[in-house]
Design a protein around this ligand. Structure first.
Ligand code: S3P
Length: 163
């Protein structure tokens, strides 16, 4: 088994919820890149975007990804835009298996705390633009259609197929 399991995909696709279930199942540590960045910066992602701009946030993602890829036995839930940077994909792949959680775009509900995903239109555009990148970066794609537990089970099966 790869040393880390990395969940990639759109905002609101269930990466963090599914990741927590997988962490319980495997005994791996659960890490959420957004939560890590927020705790280091001591402010919300939406405030980081508003106060510093997106490039600043993307640099933090690079730093955090590099650090995490040097550790093992983690379930890593990534921010939706993190794998748009090929450097992050390269680092994550060093000792991680990447799983794309593909949830139908009509089920990606925009929320106000997501600066790039706070309207349906933004979500749809992001999905179109990013879908091929998620597909290419992933070792496996898992369609999200059931409960969080069912999706975690599907991820588990996909991982076992890869091994
Ligand atoms: C982003 C997704 C967010 C967060 C930031 C940027 C994106 O994470 O990293 O707001 O570019 O799609 P979630 O995917 O957890 O919402």
């Amino acid at each position: 088994m790869a040393r880390n399991i990395v969940l990639i995909g759109m905002p609101a696709s269930g990466k963090s919820s599914v990741g927590k279930v997988l962490a319980k199942k495997t005994g791996f540590d659960f890490v959420d890149t957004d939560a890590l960045i927020e705790s280091r910066e001591n402010r919300k992602i939406s405030d980081i975007f508003a106060e510093e701009g997106e490039p600043y946030f993307r640099n933090l993602e690079v730093e955090v990804t590099k650090e995490l890829s040097e550790k093992e036995n983690q379930i890593i839930s990534t921010g939706g835009g993190l794998v748009m940077n090929p450097l992050n994909v390269e680092n994550l792949r060093k000792n991680g298996m990447l799983i794309f959680l593909d949830r139908d775009v009509t089920h990606l509900i925009p929320t106000a705390d997501r600066p790039l995903g706070d309207t349906t239109e933004k979500m749809q555009n992001l999905y179109k633009e990013r879908f091929p990148v998620y597909k290419k970066a992933a070792d496996r794609t898992v369609k999200v259609h059931g409960t969080i537990e069912e999706t975690a089970e599907d991820v588990w099966e996909a991982l076992n197929e890869v091994e």
